[in-house]
Write a protein that binds this ligand. Structure first.
Ligand SMILES: NC(=O)C1=CN([C@@H]2O[C@H](COP(=O)(O)OP(=O)(O)OC[C@H]3O[C@@H](n4cnc5c(N)ncnc54)[C@H](O)[C@@H]3O)[C@@H](O)[C@H]2O)[C@H](O)CC1
Ligand SMILES: [K+]
Length: 530
């Protein structure tokens, strides 16, 4: 499902108006009318109650005027509070404002704090507040009077419905620009925007309705939107098909190079998760001193003990044996629990440069790679990096806060610059492709904040890649199903207390739930309305 930036939406609007010939007034009419359907759908008891439409001077406010008109037409006691004087209105918003006057719908001009203070009480007594203050035209930090208004809206007890996007929410980053309206429901137009799907934006958005305002499909296709949300349908269509006569020689062989003294669990988890994702065979290459432990814990996987460096880690002496093992493997998972000794870093960097098969790099693999990013230029196969925000900050040589402030841009910039697939983990994992496309995942829940989850994801992505799924689709499958398995556990067993091992053990049921359509995600809950 496409999700748009403000610029992309503006451009589609412009094309629809100028080249297709659908007037802006029609788009605004469709927007307002659809929003009213979403209001009645959410609050069917709102007939004959009082609704305050708080409108800004832009087109978001214009949508608010259309909403007030339809609400009034259907027996709602609707009143408009305009955060400007009426002579500031332009174009379609001004035209729709005139209709309000013709129809005798009450309008209050409230251009400043002083006038606002007179109407606070009246607004607070409404049964619903419609926020039509700022939409995709938000272009700066919200301060002063607008800040006071939003602060007030967030304090009144009435539910809040947002037009297009919660006022104050940044359309692309999903971060509040200083302050942001907290919605119970939002109606957006044509497509969801990035800010609705990312966090914390999704929390400010509430239930999301997507209103078809008439943008024709050829204009959408020509715009070629760069961002999508992963959906269960998309995932279902990319699951590797299995023939009745499939045998383990056909379903891929993963090599996992991982582990060190004290961190054998990470290696076992990644290897087992690859099997749970459906890989036919998994071999785990580990420092020899942990081989016995690893063998006893991962019954289905094979192991290959390698001569180890000081401190019980894999070092550069393992390069030759690992590269030769890769000749009959279909994917390499590299990094979990490996440590960051100099010799390990040399090994990791040489493997990323020389592997003939796709490599999934995680954890210490990433920390090691941060010291030799140049090797990515010479890579022979596709490289998938799966950093959490801290690891991403190390790779991009910035701070975790910088990464989190705009996760999509951080992931995209790195993936494009380095020519890799980048999976930026954390709530709403972002998958950035080297061609600039970005996919956002909405599965997963806070119960996943526990050790080993990353090792499981690494193994899953490697397991799908090994089965012949394209590396980018393997990232989609791994990330979505990892979160979906955790969502099913949270629902069926409890919100916390399940562990990474439980997540991978729950994959068979998760495959079944995706296949049957029993698992639904956030995109499924966005109701398209005409
Ligand atoms: N296809 C569609 O999505 C359609 C959307 N419509 C609606 O139009 C708005 C976008 O309208 P626009 O006039 O471009 O911008 P806004 O109304 O969001 O706001 C612009 C207004 O606000 C001022 N402003 C910007 N930032 C701030 C700030 N931080 N503090 C105070 N004021 C600010 C800015 O200067 C402008 O004056 C979209 O969201 C939809 O709701 C169409 O109606 C139909 C098609
Ligand atoms: K709004």
């Amino acid at each position: 499902m496409y999700i748009l930036t403000a610029d992309e939406m503006r451009e589609m609007d412009r094309q629809t108006i100028e080249t297709f010939g659908l007037p802006g007034r029609v788009l605004m009419e469709n927007a307002g009318r659809g929003a009213v359907r979403a209001i009645f759908d959410t609050w069917p008891e709102i007939y004959s109650r009082r609704v305050a439409v708080i409108a800004g001077k832009g087109n978001n406010g214009g949508d608010g005027f259309v909403i007030a008109r339809y609400l009034a037409q259907h027996g709602v006691d609707a009143a408009v509070y305009l955060l400007a004087s009426r002579d500031r209105l332009r174009g379609d918003a001004a035209a729709n404002f005139k209709h309000l006057e013709t129809l005798g719908i009450p309008v209050t001009e409230m251009p400043d704090d002083l006038t606002f203070s007179r109407y606070k009480e009246e607004i607070a007594q409404c049964h619903l507040i419609v926020d039509a203050i700022l939409g995709t035209g938000l272009d700066s930090e919200v301060k002063g009077y607008f800040r006071d208004i939003i602060d007030f809206i967030n304090q009144v007890s009435a539910p809040v419905f947002c037009v297009d996007i919660a006022s104050g929410l940044h359309t692309e980053t999903g971060q509040p620009c200083g302050i942001c309206v907290k919605a119970d429901a939002t109606a957006t137009f044509a497509f969801a925007k990035l800010g609705h799907m990312l966090l914390p934006g999704a929390r400010y958005t509430g239930k999301l309705f997507i209103i078809d305002i008439g943008i024709p499909p050829h204009i959408v296709r020509a715009a070629n939107p760069r961002h999508q949300v992963l959906t269960s349908g998309w995932i279902r269509s990319r699951l590797p098909a299995r023939d009745q006569q499939s045998h383990k020689g056909q379903t891929g062989h993963v090599l996992v190079a991982a582990g060190s003294t004290g961190k054998s669990g990470a290696a076992v988890m990644a290897a087992t998760a690859a099997m749970r994702a459906g890989a036919g065979l998994v071999t785990l290459a580990v420092p020899e001193s942990i081989n016995t432990i690893v063998e006893s814990r991962g019954l289905e996987t094979m192991t290959r003990p390698l001569a180890e460096a000081r401190g019980g880690t894999l070092g550069k002496d393992s390069l030759e044996p690992i590269v030769s093992m890769l000749s009959d493997k279909s994917c390499l998972a590299l990094g979990p629990g490996m440590g960051t000794a100099d010799t390990t870093r040399e090994l990791v960097c040489a493997l990323i440069e020389n592997s003939p098969v796709p490599v999934v790099v995680d954890a210490d693999g990433l920390n090691n790679l941060a010291g030799c990013l140049g090797v990515l230029k010479n890579k022979r196969a596709e490289i998938i990096l799966t950093p959490h925000p801290g690891e991403m900050a190390r790779l991009a040589k910035t701070s975790t806060a910088e990464i989190q402030a705009d996760r999509v841009s951080a992931a995209r910039n790195f993936a494009k610059a380095q020519g890799v697939l980048l999976v930026l983990k954390g709530a709403r994992t972002v998958i950035a492709h080297p061609d600039g496309r970005v996919f956002v995942n909405t599965t997963g829940n806070p119960g996943m904040a526990s050790g080993g989850m990353g090792d499981v994801l690494t193994g899953m992505i490697a397991g799908f890649t090994a089965q012949g799924v394209a590396a980018d689709a393997a990232c989609h499958l791994g990330v979505y199903l990892h979160g979906a398995a955790a969502d099913l556990l949270a629902k069926n067993r409890g919100p916390v207390g399940y562990m990474a091992g439980d997540v991978m053990d729950h994959l068979p049921e998760t495959f079944g739930a995706i296949d049957s359509g029993a698992f639904t995600d956030m995109a499924h809950d966005c109701r398209p309305l005409l």
